[in-house]
Design a protein around this ligand. Sequence first.
Ligand code: FPP
Length: 252
Amino acid sequence: MSNKVATKNDQRPNGVPRHVAVIMDGNGRWAKLRSLPRHAGHRSGVQAVRNTVEHAAKCGISVLTLFAFSSENWRRPQDEVGRLMKLFLEALQREVDELHRNRVRLRFIGARQQLNEGLIDKIHAAELRTQANDGLTLNIAVAYGGRWDIVEAARKLAEKVASKKMSVSDLNEDVFASHLALAGLPDPDLLIRTGGEQRISNFLLWNLAYSELWFCDSLWPDFSTADFDEALSHFAHRQRRYGHTDDQVGVA
Ligand code: FPP
């Protein structure tokens, strides 16, 4: 429990969250409203990703985690999935130089073995190239599911126990968390979901346990720095208690 106790140090002094996670929803509806194919919405969503990354870095956020493609998104029409994969590859090729120049550390989380070889290679190269950067850590969740993440951690732990590298009595929350995809990073302080739906959709199920939630109606391609600022301002006024009382966290 030690790392879960709320103190005023849990947030940065000016109320800026350390870690923001985002469910980018609404690309398809954005396109439909304009009588465009769904992939036009995804394409337009790339610009919103760029603006959001830039704004996160500017605001002093340390970690940004974006949900780009879920374990369940494989069920979409093959054409849409193919176009999305192509979009990820193109965005990676186009953006990695600038991300690196801006000291962004890029990481991908998810079942990457399910992706095509070309994309896996580019992801690996981008991660290697940016791994020593000390600016914003940008996690892109692709082929990611919260349940997948938890099962993978359980599998790794079971393997360690079976090979006697660890004993069952060593298992606790911190050890479990250190086997998840976001191991070593603070849990998200704030989750933003665009597109008007209010659900978690199998995103970071373990890591979102204490996150503040912010839902906004803007469709992802329309998500602006003003929307982002509104979410941040809302977060700055939230009191995080982690099970404690008002008095224990020292807030009048
Ligand atoms: C959800 O909207 C969005 C996605 C499944 C894809 C997200 C991808 C991008 C924003 C493109 C670029 C990303 C990166 C990281 C370069 P939806 O299609 O479910 O929208 P709908 O709910 O309106 O149908």
